[in-house]
Ligand binder design. Structure first.
Ligand code: NAP
Length: 212
């Protein structure tokens, strides 16, 4: 498949350029200010910034190219716009706040545990270069737990992507923790999304969970 990676030189983008090619894809990369050439592109992948992602995705969808988006920071209005545009163009837009399998399981376990504990809080920890807070994963985790879960964001050099969901009950604490130790963790999820995106119904699909 010919795959266009928006954010070619970013921390995740650089890993994807190598890993997607190693998996047999024909990979093209785009960086800020470069010409976007959609000729022959089967799927576009975006790991850029909260301000760049909507423009990249709308350009791809307008060209009839399905998108796989990992960039976080999209608002509900942005997602509604992408859904409309993908439907109009009879194509697909897949958005996942976290492509790591362990993070998806953490969200599932947190949703289940929230049914048995009266209170919970989330601590999400990321590299200081991450532009949005709270993280998309933390917001999705909180939504899956029923919504009203306080989120604390830590941004420090040395971190990659980490999250703790701490649930408190009478005389006990349950902690569910996920650590991403390298950005290779996102590769299997992105490969799965590339494999499946064109078979999804037209419009927006959200969350790696929906593909597993
Ligand atoms: P990063 O290292 O800052 O990389 C972002 C890259 O995108 C930079 O090279 C940046 O270039 C480039 N870029 C900015 N605007 C662009 C545009 N209009 N067109 C093409 N490229 C553009 O960030 P990262 O750590 O790779 O993360 C990228 C995004 O993915 C963030 O939103 C992060 O939260 C998210 N993320 C999601 C997951 C997931 O599983 N869903 C996992 C990790 C990260 P300049 O440096 O020149 O601006």
């Amino acid at each position: 498949m010919r795959v266009l990676v928006f954010g070619r030189d970013g921390k995740v983008g650089a890993v994807l350029m190598t890993s997607l090619a190693a998996a047999g894809h024909d990979v093209l990369g785009v960086e800020v200010g470069e010409q976007i050439d959609l000729a022959g592109v089967d799927v576009a992948v975006d790991f850029t910034t909260p301000t760049a992602v909507l423009g990249n995705a709308t350009t791809s969808l307008a060209g009839g190219v399905p998108c796989v988006i990992g960039t976080t920071g999209l608002t509900d209005d942005d997602l509604a716009q992408l859904d409309r545009q993908a439907r109009e163009m009879a194509t697909q837009c897949f958005v996942a706040p976290n492509f790591a399998l362990g993070a998806v399981l953490m969200m599932r376990f947190a949703a289940e545990a929230a049914r048995s504990f009266p209170r919970a809080e989330i601590i999400e920890l990321h590299a200081d270069t991450k532009l949005d807070a709270p993280s998309g994963t933390a917001k999705a985790t909180a939504a899956g737990m029923g919504g009203a879960v306080p989120i604390h964001s830590v941004r420090l050099p040395g971190l990659v992507a980490h999250q703790e969901v701490i649930l408190g009950g009478l005389g006990e604490i349950l902690t569910i923790r996920h650590d991403t130790t390298s950005r290779e963790a996102f590769v299997p999820g992105v490969l799965l999304a590339l494999d499946r995106v064109r078979g999804l119904p037209h419009g927006l699909a959200f969350g790696l969970d929906s593909l597993l």
